[in-house]
Design a protein around this ligand. Structure first.
Ligand SMILES: Cc1ncc(COP(=O)(O)O)c(C=O)c1O
Length: 373
């Protein structure tokens, strides 16, 4: 039977036996009343360190908290300026505001949608920030990651890397999450490594920083009822950890299938007004997102046509951070070259998820090609 729909994303493509293994693990946790902490959390942190190459991993409640833990971990204080990209998910902005600091939005490169070293240097010189949160979007990273890390170090700017979308991504052959000064990720179910609920993690190779983050994530505890810091409760759950542990056994296959989808779109959508954008040459992407750009005047018609054929389409993200209604009150300033806004009006994301079938991919590319024929 031929198909007549392809969702933008679906979470229901699990490997044989995955559900049974999860449910039997849940039974064990339930019987042992292991709901917070315990062996699943310890195993997860160890597995995540092995997979990313980061010496220390601290699980936490979600990806937004992970950024807040990192900001508090490196001691960003009230009213200090933190650079963030103008193209990211709003959580990056919120995290800076929620720790009392002031975000300055810095534009991204129009071609690769990430920070470039020239604009980053300009921003550091202009704002003299305490810290910067570099965001790796779409499952890629900035091709200038290493140069940005070096410049931040030279200028004494603490560089946090929001890797909510880049689990498994490498730049210049190096694991982003494993080689950052401090990096964060989200295990929101729709991420490449998704949990059975909200969860996140912080990664670092600095033992002292890892300890401080762990303490902050658990009410500032130094012992059960002594508190060395004012933190909050951002502990990761045991059921989510179990689900992530089982998912990690399949992560390579899941990422491969996503990368194949991105390659398929690239191969089958040629010479069209819709241009598939690939990750930069020095970036090994994880296939989180299929990204394409189109002239803004043609976007709505394409999206409407695809939707009428039951094809889910995304626009990640449809608005720059500095232009959000909630932004002006908190903005320390911005560098705005119009690129984030341009990307927000041009971007089209095609269906991409683990184990998307050839038939589904073919349904999407046929519909796109037909739209322009
Ligand atoms: C770039 C980016 N940063 C932060 C987050 C926040 O993660 P969470 O939803 O787990 O809080 C997300 C997730 O959507 C994200 O994509």
């Amino acid at each position: 039977m031929s198909i007549d729909r392809v969702p933008f994303i679906t979470l229901n493509r699990f490997e044989n036996g995955f559900k049974e293994n999860f449910l039997s693990g849940v039974t064990t946790l339930f019987d042992n009343t292991q709901f917070v902490g315990g062996p699943q959390v310890a195993t997860l942190e160890q597995k995540l360190s092995e997979k990313t190459g980061a010496k220390y991993t601290v699980g936490c409640a979600n990806g937004t908290d992970a950024i807040q833990l990192a900001l508090r971990g490196v001691d960003v204080k009230k009213d200090e300026v933190v650079l963030i990209p103008d193209m990211t998910f709003w959580a990056t902005f919120e995290a800076v505001v929620n720790v009392g600091a002031k975000p300055a939005t810095i534009d991204v490169n129009r071609e690769n949608c990430h920070w470039d070293i020239e604009t980053f240097k300009q921003a550091v010189d202009k704002f003299k920030p305490k810290a910067a949160v570099m965001v790796h979007l779409y499952g890629w990273g900035s091709p200038d990651t290493m140069a940005i890390r070096e410049y931040a170090k030279e200028k004494g700017v603490v560089l946090i890397e929001d890797g909510a979308q880049c689990f498994g991504t490498k730049v210049d052959g190096k694991s982003l999450l494993g080689t950052a000064q401090i990096a964060t990720t989200s295990f929101y179910p729709a991420k490449v490594l998704g949990a059975s609920g909200d969860a996140g993690a912080v990664f670092t190779n600095d033992e002292e920083l890892a300890n401080r983050v762990r303490v902050l994530s658990n009410h500032g505890r130094t012992t059960h009822y002594t508190h060395g810091l004012v933190g909050w409760n951002s502990r990761i759950g045991a059921y989510e950890s179990l689900f992530l542990n089982l998912s990690l056994d399949h992560i390579d296959a899941r990422l491969d299938s996503r990368r194949k989808a991105v390659a398929y779109y690239n191969e089958h959508l040629k010479d069209l007004p819709l241009k598939v954008v690939l990750s930069p040459d020095n970036v090994d992407e994880n296939g989180y997102c299929a990204v394409a750009m189109i002239d803004p005047s043609l976007r709505t018609a394409l999206i409407d046509d695809l939707k009428s054929q039951n094809i889910g389409v995304g626009t990640i993200y449809p608005g720059a951070m500095s232009l959000q209604e909630g932004a002006p009150e908190f903005l320390a300033g911005k560098i705005d070259n119009g690129n984030a806004h341009h990307i927000s009006q041009s971007v089209v994301n095609l269906p991409c998820f683990a184990y998307i079938t050839d038939e589904e991919l073919n349904y999407v590319v046929s519909a796109v090609n037909k739209h322009f024929s």
